[in-house]
Design a protein around this ligand. Sequence first.
Ligand code: ZN
Length: 266
Amino acid sequence: MLLALCLFTWGTHQCSAEEAPVRGWTKAEFTGKPLDGLRVALDVGHSRLTLGAISARGRGEFFFNRDSVGVFAEVLERAGARVILINGDGTVTGLAERAILAGKEKADCFISVHHDSVNDKYLRTWTHEGVSRDYADNFRGYSVFASSKNAKAGRSRDLALAVGAALFDSGLKPTLHHNEPIQGENRPLLDERSGVYEFADLVVLKTATMPAILLECGVIIHREDELLARDPAYQDLVGHALVKALSTVFPREQKKKGLLRLFGRD
Ligand SMILES: [Zn+2]
């Protein structure tokens, strides 16, 4: 849409790079390979058999997770990371199995990618393409989770906070509905501003032997957030925020400098 507008107006005024950010977004651009050699496990949440949440337009969460992970993997690899894809084909149904696969591949960290829904009490119905569907427009935005039961709980928390901060700094807003004091939610916030939660018993996080977080990229039962979550520009923005956060928590240059110092080459 924006591109089409730019092409249409080309010549009448300069369509410059400053116009590229949409909706107040600021992409966390990077130069070089800030994640050089970092082994990042990206887990596609749910499976082809158990789709997870169903969007306002009737699309299974698994497909949102798969598409977003595809974009994140491409961005992370451009930043020098070695991406370990977990459940890329959608056949892994177990939860603990995902962390075990990441461990076998010696992942430095684990990011489980999901898309969100809300408590059933908020559901309404609408008709989309002739089919009656559930939706809820109450809550939208991303959220990040860490487990205090993870083997590297401190680093997991650091990573969750860094991802939350990077998403917030990109111009995105978190959803705080997981903090609502109702059954199924009631998750303590580690940082309210950037939407980071503690969720001790999230199986995929507490079974991981490396720092691990779960990212809900958006609320797909929300009619607008669903469209946003499918927007490649949004996925790219989130991917860049992940690079920024990972490079903060796992700084590569310092490690290299340390090694150089070890060999007397400062
Ligand atoms: Zn999910």
